[in-house]
Design a protein around this ligand. Sequence first.
Ligand SMILES: Cc1cc2nc3c(=O)[nH]c(=O)nc-3n(C[C@H](O)[C@H](O)[C@H](O)COP(=O)(O)OP(=O)(O)OC[C@H]3O[C@@H](n4cnc5c(N)ncnc54)[C@H](O)[C@@H]3O)c2cc1C
Ligand code: FES
Length: 277
Amino acid sequence: MAKILKRERLVPNIHLIEVEAPEIAMKSKPGQFVIIMPDERGERIPLTIADWDREKGSVTSIFMVVGTSTHKLSYLKTGDEVPVFVGPLGKPSEIEKFGTVLCAGGCFGIAAIYPIARALKEAGNKIIILLDVKANYVLYWEDKLRAIADQFFVSARDGYFDCKDYVRKTLQSIIKKGKKIDRVVSIGCTYLMYTCSEATRPHGVNTVVSLNPIMVDGTGMCGACRVTVGDKTRFACVDGPDFDGHLVDWEELFSRRKSYFEDEIQSLCYWEKKNFP
Ligand SMILES: Cc1cc2nc3c(=O)[nH]c(=O)nc-3n(C[C@H](O)[C@H](O)[C@H](O)COP(=O)(O)OP(=O)(O)OC[C@H]3O[C@@H](n4cnc5c(N)ncnc54)[C@H](O)[C@@H]3O)c2cc1C
Ligand code: FES
């Protein structure tokens, strides 16, 4: 069992969860994830490690409420326990001196890029942060990310920040303005990562994405997280989650993520009816 030290709503639909996990905190590296099970009867879901505190022995993740498991997580309180909290899993992100790295994040990816951007900055890179939000009131961790950014952009549909455009257009315009970018790291929903990869493809800018296929065991045994990258079969949990965005078979990923759509909807309806009759 792992104890919840904090669970709070950061902005509508996005929550922070801090879990007591000293061994995971000691070993965590940027880009890795944990698998959490919200209750004894629940499923195992992967969440990116957004931060850790080795002294306190805690690990923090940020999650977006989408289906049954994330709804369950959003009702956990300080002092509650979860039956499964395992990690760190997956290969850590590549941290080297690349030059100028643009880190693009949306929804939970705004938090997921934080430890990567921080480590890249410490490695001597110039960091451009580009965040994508529907509106200004769903932006979180702005201060944390601004603190490590050499340049900071937010694309918000309500036009509150720099621009209204989706991240693809903003990224393209940053590149077209002649800004030399040596690497792009993109984390968020599949569509955001796909569009970032398409934006950089014509310019040949190396683009790393953190893939989020359905996972079950997270240790390479079940095959649920199978993705095709550069015509090779990969398991995102052990070979990734970071991959070259220009080599990912996006169509297959979009289609495999929808495999249990009907069951997911039914599960959420059943859970809501049972808990909020
Ligand atoms: C390596 C890895 C790291 C991840 N890190 C995080 C993280 O840090 N924070 C986080 O919130 N999620 C993260 N995810 C995604 C997360 O695991 C899923 O959102 C979660 O499993 C959904 O479970 P659920 O039961 O709540 O929803 P489900 O019932 O599984 O899904 C409900 C519906 O929401 C859709 N959906 C599922 N996930 C998403 C999503 N992320 N965005 C938009 N729609 C979605 C599904 O297609 C389905 O239609 C990660 C996934 C992977 C593989
Ligand atoms: S989640 Fe089972 S092989 Fe990756």
